[in-house]
Write a protein that binds this ligand. Structure first.
Ligand SMILES: [Zn+2]
Ligand SMILES: [Zn+2]
Length: 361
């Protein structure tokens, strides 16, 4: 099953010209899970290969403005699109009050919208995976989130099963589940040797805003991807302590301790140049990336390779492209054919981004 992460917002606290505030989209098979929803999330989704998709679940790390200001707009847009599918939002203690305070802005929604507060250590079951809330240390109630896939049964060797006299059919399913079966002639066939080793599920961990903490280390041990905040460089350690954030060095030390396979640093302060953030972390951990908005990380199963950052891989090159400016030769011209093609594609791909009726907005 495909699993990737699209970085929609990688700035800390305030947006910059190139980075929006915190939001990340997880795509697992056909499911769409949003981690935090800073200002500008909708537009980043529209610019992404995912489009302004119907999110299934929103996981919020805490109620600071740079993690939730995109929610009212997103919830309203879903309403204008006459969404009927339920939407579930999970967050730390206090999240209900945060949403209640936004009530007058958000208004009535035509779809079921449930807000659930989950303490650190709490779990939510999904189909083939679970979300785990991780207690963290910020200035307000906060949690990190992990998506933990179930381990998968080993591969079934059907040729060996046939050689052992097992007919194709339901007996194979029982053998794959680890049961012995009895054939028509009374022979008992054991699953030993017919089923390969259990295959590990993948684990993604998102720290949210926090001081480095043991709970993140514990959950992130040997995980495929840790997305950790690195608001500051270590030269601003005092400030990181005062504001309950982490430095790049601290995030990398934590990732090293947990033997994280890939560390992605986000929530960058405008004062922290990405190159320096990366260099500081790379001195400690061997596999660090500092994604920009609309970068994408693919997370394959381990027997299929390593997780990789694809620069700009989350950007939908068609819809987000704007017409080329008139060339320096001064031939201001009508939009080119390719741009028209892009526009047509955009309308086809994202019909709902142009609401037919916005009278209620
Ligand atoms: Zn923040
Ligand atoms: Zn915060």
């Amino acid at each position: 099953m495909d699993l990737d992460v699209i970085f929609l917002g990688t700035a800390g606290s305030v947006p910059s010209a190139t980075r929006q505030t915190a939001a990340t989209l997880i795509r697992r098979g056909g499911e769409r899970i949003l981690v935090d929803c800073g200002e500008g999330t909708q537009r980043r989704l529209m610019q992404s290969v995912a489009g302004l998709t119907d999110i299934d679940v929103v996981l919020i790390t805490h109620g600071h403005a740079d993690h939730i200001l995109g929610l009212p707009g997103l919830l309203r847009t879903f309403a204008l699109r006459e969404r009927t599918r339920p939407l579930a939002l999970y967050g730390p203690e206090g999240m209900r009050k945060v949403l209640r305070d936004l009530d007058s802005v958000v208004g009535k929604l035509p779809y079921p919208f449930a807000v659930t507060e989950v303490p650190g250590g709490g779990e939510i079951r999904g189909d083939g995976y679970r979300f785990e809330a991780i207690g963290t240390r910020h200035r307000v109630p906060s949690v990190g989130w992990a998506l933990v896939e179930d381990d998968r049964r080993g591969r079934f060797d059907i040729e060996r099963a046939r050689a052992a006299g097992v007919p194709d059919g339901p007996l194979n399913g029982r053998l794959q589940r680890g049961e012995s079966v009895t054939l028509d002639d009374g022979t008992i066939v054991s699953p030993d040797g017919l089923v390969g080793e259990t295959r590990l599920g993948r684990t993604l961990v998102f720290s949210g805003d926090t001081r480095p903490c043991d709970s993140i280390v514990a959950r992130a041990i040997d995980c495929d991807l840790l997305v950790h905040e690195a608001t500051f460089l270590d030269e601003e350690l005092e400030r990181a302590r005062d504001t309950h954030h982490s430095t790049a060095r601290e995030a990398a030390e934590l990732a090293s301790e947990a033997r994280v396979r890939l560390l992605a640093l986000t929530h960058l302060s405008m004062r922290s140049p990405p190159r320096q953030i990366r260099a500081e972390a790379e001195a400690i951990h061997g596999n660090v990336v500092v994604p920009r908005d609309l970068d994408l990380i693919e997370i394959p199963y381990r027997d299929r390779g390593d997780s990789v950052l694809v620069r700009g891989g989350g950007r939908d090159a068609g819809p987000s492209r704007t017409p080329e400016p008139a060339s320096s030769t001064g031939h201001a011209s009508a939009p080119s054919r390719s741009w028209l093609g892009d526009l047509q594609r955009r309308l086809r791909l994202h019909p709902s981004t142009a609401p037919s009726d916005v009278a209620g907005s």
